[in-house]
Design a protein around this ligand. Structure first.
Ligand code: SF4
Ligand code: SF4
Length: 703
């Protein structure tokens, strides 16, 4: 008996297209061909739009790129940034893929005449796995419906009827699939029916209500509904958010592997490159930026992390992407016509068409939306498909700032300061070098042999000119002197790195300052730089590379840990304070420095408590992207939001590692009336305090 069953199982299969008539089969092939044609046409149109963009090389290191795709698209690793949404997506994605493979197996078996749908493969995969996959898909679908229509997750787009239609089409596919399978199993008395448990149960339930002739009619109706809903969905893919099934893996493959979140430099000597400054139309975007717009899955994760959005400012990174996408799609024919004219050398026709098109900023994306961005990278960090919001926002700002002279008053003043005094600090009453007059600090220009200097200390404008922030620089100098570090500063030769100019779209001023600083650093053959300001760290270490300035730049948190690890600095575990550490965006998300400051704080013996949003998910202080220099009156205060979270930890001190964060935290504490209870200190001030206390204790002992 066992042998007979095993033999039968090895030959198990089923009849394909059972209970159909030729008209149904014709309808299936015709609608499949039409759906495929519409789908290809839709993607072809998208491809033509991407081709309007400027060239950009994004196919180096193909293996690394394929690994990214494998991790993100196949393992869906990025999606678990939100567990419930991740589970929902993974359920629908994998079960959909399994069902798709199942359909292809049927086509190979039946249409190509290769008999693969048989035996144990038929029983285990084609029957059992696909039967369960349908249920798994239903679980995902129910979660999707519950999130969208019951709890109405705010970060999702609501009110778009197409999204509802997509879910309805999925529902019809699943709801018709089980009756089709179940009726066949029951009516044919299939001996392998139990291998398709849910289909079989459906068939038994239907058979308990209707007789066989009625079941045969229901089967045909369901078969047509199942088949047509598949084909309609296939045709709709490139025209709906389902396009991300194709565009997301592509976008991940072409992700930026190197310096992220910084715009490409502008060659101001190239007349063509400066004909339009920044992005005014899709023609100034790269093909990858245009592809980004089509890759958006509309998941809203970026919006959920955006500090500006959280504080009710007129910015949602998701809407920036979608509004640009919708505008370009709505005007695709005109942009394509302009592209054809340009390719044919008909510059006048091109200009005529483009003269009628509005500038993307401020007509499609409002100026206040762009200025609300703090460039914190929270959006890019969470985006599951590697969309790059920040360079796009900065290049739109470039057009506003450099071509249309539209920028907040404070930004204009800061940029004017850069032009006149090479620093953006308003109302500075001291000179750049006054802060270290009474400290043993060497200046590069006075060092006889620059080779003997192991570290150049880049002070930055904030700590050079602001009285409170000068305490950070002084503390770092004392710590380095204790460790016997041979360091020097540039003194009056140091100019602003240009960070504020670059992040506010004033690329011309950035370019000027960056080139001057690179020239100075190269003249002194500087190899290694320490900066306590994460904005300087980012600009010197990453942005300058685009202009040929290659320097090793470390943050003071990293450097102090290095000094400890090498035994040059012995830290006492004497700070018995409750401290919470705030991750600066430009240190953490931009440069991946999360552990070093925490490790040093732990060595100091502090009771370290984390805020809810910490590390990669840290919440911005509100100062980045030039916001330290202008008052953004729209919405609430980002720094207030952050200090409320810090105060809730019960910590007596907020430790920061960025002078701008420090200022924002102090302002925030004042605004919530907690400035007396909670102190804000830079990381190195705590290190310096602990060392000074230990020395003070040792001195009487030595006496
Ligand atoms: S960089 Fe930060 S502030 Fe700007 S859009 Fe992204 S999340 Fe919002
Ligand atoms: S940009 Fe990325 S994170 Fe934002 S909605 Fe689109 S896919 Fe989601």
């Amino acid at each position: 008996m066992t042998w007979t069953l095993a033999q039968a199982a090895s030959e198990a299969t089923r009849e394909v297209q059972w209970n159909t008539v030729p008209a149904m089969i014709w309808l299936m092939y015709l609608s499949a061909a039409a759906a495929l044609a519409v789908c290809c046409y839709g993607f072809w149109r998208r491809l033509r739009i991407w081709r309007l963009g400027k060239p950009e090389i994004r196919w180096d290191q193909p293996w690394r790129r394929l690994k990214l795709v494998f991790r993100a698209a196949l393992l869906q690793a990025n999606l678990f940034r939100d567990r419930i949404a991740g589970f929902m997506h993974i359920s629908m994605y994998f079960s959909f893929m399994l069902l798709l493979v199942g359909t292809m197996v049927v086509a190979i078996h039946h249409d190509l005449g290769i008999p693969i749908m048989r035996g144990y493969f038929y029983l285990y995969f084609q029957s059992l796995v696909l039967d369960l996959a349908g249920v798994w898909f239903c679980v995902g679908l129910i979660i999707a419906l519950w999130r969208r229509y019951v709890i109405r997750v705010p970060r999702l787009e609501h009110g778009n009827p197409v999204d509802g239609l997509i879910l309805a089409a999925f529902f019809v596919i699943v709801a018709s699939g089980y009756p089709v399978e179940g009726i066949r199993l029951v009516v044919t008395g299939d001996i392998w029916a139990l291998w398709s448990p849910f289909g079989y149960l459906t068939g038994l339930a239907l058979a308990s209500i209707w007789d066989e002739p009625t079941l045969l009619v229901i089967h045909r109706v369901m078969w047509v509904a199942h088949m047509l809903s598949w084909h309609v969905l296939l045709a709709a893919v490139p025209f709906t958010k389902l396009a991300h099934l194709v565009t997301s893996p592509l976008n991940i493959f072409f992700a930026n592997l190197e310096a992220r979140s910084i715009p490409d430099p502008v060659n101001f000597e190239d007349e063509q490159a400066v004909a339009v400054l920044g992005i005014r139309t899709p023609f100034e975007m790269t093909w990858k930026q245009l592809m980004d717009l089509d890759a958006c899955t509309e998941c809203g994760l970026c919006q959920s992390q955006c500090p500006a959005y959280a504080e009710g400012k007129p910015l949602s990174p998701k809407r920036v992407i979608l509004d640009l996408r919708d505008h370009i799609r709505a005007n695709a024919d005109r942009y394509l016509a302009a592209g054809r004219a340009r390719a044919a050398g008909q510059q006048d026709v091109f200009e005529q068409i483009m003269a009628e098109m509005p500038p993307l900023a401020p007509d499609v994306i409002k100026a206040e939306t762009l200025w609300a961005c703090t460039t914190c990278r929270a959006c890019e960090n969470i985006c599951p498909v590697e969309i790059e919001h920040v360079p796009l926002i900065l290049q739109l700002r470039q057009n506003l700032a450099m071509e249309q002279a539209q920028m907040p008053e404070g930004v204009a003043e800061a940029v004017q300061g850069l032009e006149v005094r090479q620093h953006p600090i308003r109302g500075a009453t001291t000179g750049r070098t006054d802060w270290y007059r009474d400290l043993p600090v060497r200046v590069m220009a006075e060092v006889e042999d620059p080779e003997e200097i192991e570290i150049l200390y880049w002070v930055g404008c904030a700590a050079a000119y602001d009285e409170r922030l000068q305490r950070i620089a002084r503390a770092l100098v004392r710590v380095m002197n204790r460790a016997g570090v041979r360091f020097a500063v540039l003194g009056d030769e140091e100019q602003c790195t240009g960070d504020v100019a670059r992040r506010t779209g004033n690329e011309f001023h950035y370019d000027m300052l960056a080139r001057a600083n690179i020239e100075t650093l190269q003249r002194y053959k500087v190899k290694r730089i320490v900066a306590h300001c994460p904005h300087c760290l980012q600009t010197l270490g990453s942005d300058y590379r685009q202009l040929g300035g290659f320097f090793e730049v470390v943050h003071h948190t990293q450097f102090v840990q290095e000094l400890i690890d090498s035994g040059r600095l012995q830290l006492p575990a004497s700070l018995k304070e409750k401290i919470t550490y705030h991750d600066p965006c430009y240190l953490g998300r931009y440069n991946g420095v999360f552990d070093e400051p925490r490790a040093v704080l732990d060595r100091l013996g502090v009771e370290r408590v984390e805020m809810t949003r910490a590390g990669r998910r840290s919440f911005c202080c509100g100062a980045g992207g030039g916001h330290a220099f202008f008052e953004d009156h729209a919405g609430g205060k980002i720094n207030r939001n952050r200090v409320e979270e810090a105060v809730a930890t019960g910590a007596g001190t907020i430790c920061t590692a960025c002078p701008f964060c420090l200022q924002m935290m102090e302002d925030g504490l004042r605004s919530v009336g907690a400035a007396e209870q909670v102190a804000v200190k830079d990381f190195v001030e705590l290190v310096d305090e602990a060392l000074a206390a230990a020395e003070a204790q040792q001195e009487p002992a030595a006496l």
